[in-house]
Write a protein that binds this ligand. Structure first.
Ligand SMILES: NC(=O)c1ccc[n+]([C@@H]2O[C@H](COP(=O)([O-])OP(=O)(O)OC[C@H]3O[C@@H](n4cnc5c(N)ncnc54)[C@H](O)[C@@H]3O)[C@@H](O)[C@H]2O)c1
Ligand SMILES: Cc1cc2c(cc1C)N(C[C@H](O)[C@H](O)[C@H](O)COP(=O)(O)O)c1[nH]c(=O)[nH]c(=O)c1N2
Length: 181
């Protein structure tokens, strides 16, 4: 019979042994993902971070989820603003991913690219594969992370053909014949 796990709100120690953190990370390193720079601005200040833990939840209403480490320096800004923009990176943005991936002062991160402003006030990356302007409608805390459920209130579809994927702890460029294909 399949093992049933309780929801994150009702954790319960199972009869099975814990998976070591390193084994989990090693396995996850084999799961390819798009690379995004998630940005915010507002009363909590301007901030942005690199995120691969982003996915589509439902299209009715259009909703994304973003997993944000609660221990990161940007956590308070996102909680304070309640809005964000998911900017999916193009191949040319690989250096930007490293900059927004931690330990770089916020002004330096933003100075490395061109931005416009979304309806919510969040920064939109010029030349992104796609940008999703969102308001955070729900937040769940799971372990070290906050899972932000984000309703998409506006979007920009780019025209670049080269995307960026993180797989095997390395960046890979992917090509689409048509930008919207
Ligand atoms: N979801 C995340 O928070 C997440 C995702 C990717 C990378 N990172 C961070 O980026 C840096 C480089 O990562 P890497 O992929 O080169 O090597 P890594 O060995 O640190 O991570 C391998 C994979 O494990 C997962 N992972 C790593 N740390 C995680 C965390 N704290 N919470 C949830 N999942 C996590 C991710 O899928 C990641 O791609 C590390 O500091 C890592 O913590 C964090
Ligand atoms: C490729 C890749 C992918 C991710 C990350 C890094 C990199 C390089 N990081 C880490 C995150 O970007 C980093 O912790 C933030 O920039 C915050 O760092 P500071 O606390 O500001 O230094 C990250 N963090 C997070 O909370 N959720 C995520 O999905 C990811 N994904």
């Amino acid at each position: 019979m399949a093992r049933h796990r309780n929801t994150a709100d009702e954790p319960e120690a199972g009869p099975w042994p814990a998976v070591p953190q390193q084994s989990y990370r090693d396995a996850m390193s084999r799961v390819g993902a798009a690379v995004n720079v998630v940005t915010t601005d507002g009363p909590g200040g301007r901030a942005g971070f690199t995120a691969s833990a982003v996915c589509s939840v439902t299209d009715t209403p259009p909703t994304l989820l973003v997993c944000l480490n609660r221990g990161s320096s940007v956590s308070a800004a996102f909680a304070g603003n309640g809005v964000l923009c998911v900017n999916t990176l193009a191949a040319e943005h690989q250096p930007l991913s490293a900059l927004f991936g931690g330990r770089t002062p916020m002004d330096e991160r933003f100075a490395a690219a061109d931005w416009t402003e979304a309806t919510t006030g969040a920064p939109v990356l010029v030349g992104a594969v796609a940008s999703f302007d969102c308001r955070v409608v729900r937040t769940a805390e799971v372990g070290t992370h906050a899972v932000l459920f984000c309703e998409v209130v506006g979007l920009t579809q780019g025209t670049v053909h080269e995307g960026l994927i993180y797989f095997g702890r390395r960046y890979h460029k992917v090509h689409a014949e048509q930008a919207s294909a």
